[in-house]
Design a protein around this ligand. Structure first.
Ligand SMILES: [Zn+2]
Length: 233
C-alpha cells in the first residue's frame, strides 16, 4: 500500500468509526440529513405512538404489585419485528449512539407529560457491566436526559444479584428470578418527594422493573414512572 493510500485508508477508517455513514438497521448509506437510521427504517418502526390504550396495558402489568405513576414505551416489541433489531444493535453490537438517538426520540414523546426530577437507568450488575462494557439503559437515559434537561443519577441504586440470562425462564419463573435484586445506595431522605423516571431498554413481563420500583415504593412520597425503548404489549 502506498503512503498516500495508507493515509487515505486510515483517515477513512477513522471517519467510519466516529461518523458511521450507514443505517444501523438496513445498511443503506445515509444522507447528510440522516443519523444512525435511514428515514425509511425510521418510518417503518413499530411505534406505540403513546397510544393511551397501549400505555394502559403496560401500566396494568404493575397493578397490585407496585405503585407506578406512568409507563411509556416507544416501540412495540414482538419477536422478529424491527424493534428487536434496534435492541440487538444497541445491546450486542454495542451501538451506543443508537441508544442515545432513540433516547432523544423518547424524550420528545415524554415532553407532553409530567416533570421528572431524576432519571435512573436500571442498573446492571457490576459483573454484567464489565462483560458488556456499558449499560444499554444508561445511553437511552442520557438521550432522554439531554432532551428533557433532567439529570441522570446512576448513584441511587445497585444491582446486588447477578442473575443469569432470563430468556430460558417461563413468565412465572421470571417473577421469582428477579425479586430483591436491587438495593438503594442513597439515604431514603434524599428521594422524598422526588419523581423518578426509571429507564430500561425493553419491558416484557415487567419483572425487573417491578423489583426496581419496589425499592422506591419504600420511600415516602417518592413517585416512579417508567420509560422503555420497547415493550411487549
Ligand atoms: Zn435503514
Amino acid at each position: 500500500m502506498r503512503m498516500g493510500d495508507r493515509i487515505g485508508f486510515y483517515t477513512r477508517s477513522f471517519f467510519n468509526v466516529f461518523y458511521p455513514n450507514y443505517c444501523n438497521l438496513c445498511d443503506a448509506s445515509l444522507n447528510s440529513q440522516e443519523n444512525h437510521v435511514c428515514l425509511n427504517c425510521l418510518y417503518d418502526l413499530p411505534y406505540l405512538n403513546g397510544n393511551n390504550l397501549n400505555m394502559d396495558k403496560l401500566n396494568r402489568l404493575f397493578w397490585g404489585r407496585v405503585q407506578v405513576e406512568h409507563v411509556y414505551s416507544l416501540l412495540d416489541y414482538q419477536k422478529g419485528n424491527q424493534s428487536q433489531q434496534v435492541l440487538h444493535q444497541l445491546k450486542y453490537k454495542k451501538k451506543r449512539k443508537l441508544g442515545y438517538f432513540f433516547g432523544r426520540i423518547l424524550a420528545n414523546e415524554l415532553m407532553q407529560n409530567e416533570r421528572f426530577d431524576k432519571i435512573v437507568p436500571v442498573p446492571l450488575h457490576p459483573k454484567k457491566l464489565k462483560e458488556r462494557g456499558f449499560n444499554q439503559s444508561s445511553v437511552i437515559a442520557k438521550g432522554i436526559s439531554d432532551g428533557l434537561n433532567v439529570p441522570v443519577d446512576e448513584n441511587i441504586m445497585d444491582r446486588i444479584v447477578y442473575n443469569p440470562s432470563q430468556t430460558k425462564f417461563s413468565k412465572y419463573d421470571r417473577w421469582n428470578n428477579v425479586r430483591k435484586i436491587f438495593e438503594l445506595k442513597t439515604p431514603k431522605s434524599t428521594l422524598e418527594g422526588v419523581h423518578i423516571l426509571l429507564v430500561d431498554d425493553v419491558m416484557t413481563t415487567g419483572a425487573t422493573l417491578e423489583a426496581c420500583v419496589q425499592e422506591f415504593n419504600r420511600i415516602e412520597n417518592c413517585t416512579v414512572s417508567i420509560a422503555t425503548l420497547a415493550a411487549r404489549i
